[in-house]
Design a protein around this ligand. Structure first.
Ligand SMILES: NC(=O)c1ccc[n+]([C@@H]2O[C@H](COP(=O)([O-])OP(=O)(O)OC[C@H]3O[C@@H](n4cnc5c(N)ncnc54)[C@H](OP(=O)(O)O)[C@@H]3O)[C@@H](O)[C@H]2O)c1
Length: 289
């Protein structure tokens, strides 16, 4: 299988590229900015995207790229619409015309977050700009591909990444610096290792799967604070001394971007189709040493 990953320098994309190579796929990855071993490509540049398809002839295009910062989307909804909806949709339409399968990475933010864990049968009801554009993109990409696209919903992804920006790095940095870290004891969901998302994505492609899937870890009700404690446990297991002071934030800031509170994902569908023992949130890879 030949797989083109748009956004291969990111958290999800870099793990996907590695897992696909490991599975024997021929791969090509892109990034928005110059990155070793990746091609530079903007989602909003159809000529370059078309050129990559002509040159590489993928069977599948996986799009992990987008404007993923919820506060930024709230402040600049036009950019969110372009990068989370219009540009991935145009790419999905182009792929459908070329007979190339399409994978779109979506989010638990399509849900209201009042009653997680959500299944694939639950109706999206987003509460912010990012979630609205992700939900509309899901629907229109499914239509544009006649239901053939894979729509993979994710939540609270962590793992090794070049930019070191996910929650594990945040807790680790605060711990090394001996800082106070304010963490919500309200928002909850499944911490999910990016390597497990990659394993499942490869498995779904190998099995010619289509439609919506929830790819998430095993604890849909874990609060951010409880997750931070699991990370600290993992860091201690790697030899770190606990220096950070975790401070529980029990209130939801009414002035902040609205976010789903309980947006955990039910994973029965994927676990039945491709059973996987997911990496636990305290089981940190040795690179976090
Ligand atoms: N991380 C999570 O917890 C989470 C949760 C739910 C859903 N998701 C979804 O999963 C997907 C991947 O997330 P992620 O955390 O891996 O994101 P990420 O780490 O920010 O990576 C994004 C990747 O896309 C590229 N990119 C961004 N904007 C682009 C553009 N306009 N044109 C071309 N390339 C662009 C980036 O390139 P540069 O490195 O050059 O900027 C990078 O390779 C997203 O669709 C996100 O909505 C993530």
């Amino acid at each position: 299988m030949r797989l083109l990953v748009i956004g291969a320098s990111g958290l999800v994309g870099s793990h996907l590229l590695a897992a696909a190579k490991q599975a024997g796929f021929a791969t090509l990855g892109t990034a928005r900015t110059a990155t070793v071993d990746l091609r530079v490509c903007q989602l909003g540049d159809p000529a370059t995207l078309a050129g990559l398809l002509t040159e590489f002839r993928p069977d599948v295009v996986a799009c992990t790229a987008g404007f993923t910062w919820a506060d930024g989307c709230e402040a600049d909804p036009e950019r969110s619409r372009r990068e989370n909806l219009e540009q991935p949709l145009a790419l999905a339409q182009f792929c459908a015309q070329q007979g190339v399968r399409f994978v779109y990475y979506s989010s638990a933010y399509v849900f209201a977050g009042t009653q997680g864990a959500y299944t694939e049968a639950d109706a999206p009801q987003p509460v912010n700009v990012y979630g609205r554009h992700k939900a509309e993109a899901e629907r229109r990409i499914a239509e544009a591909t006649g239901g053939d696209a894979l729509i993979l919903r994710l939540i609270h992804v962590w793992g090794e990444e070049a930019k070191g920006k996910n929650f594990v790095y945040q807790v680790s940095r605060a711990n090394i610096a001996g800082e106070e870290l304010h963490v919500s004891s309200v928002y909850r969901g499944n911490p999910t290792w990016a390597g497990d998302i990659a394993t499942w994505t490869v498995g779904l492609l190998q099995r010619q799967a289509r439609g919506v899937w929830h790819l998430a870890g095993e604890q849909p009700q874990l609060t951010r604070l409880a997750w931070a404690r699991e990370i600290l446990r993992g860091l201690q297991g790697l030899g770190h001394v606990e220096k950070v002071r975790l401070v529980a934030q029990a209130a939801v800031d009414p002035a902040a971007t609205p976010r789903p509170v309980a947006s955990g994902l039910d994973t029965s569908k994927i676990q039945t189709f491709i059973p996987l023992v997911c990496r636990a949130p305290h089981d940190l890879p040795s690179s976090f040493r």
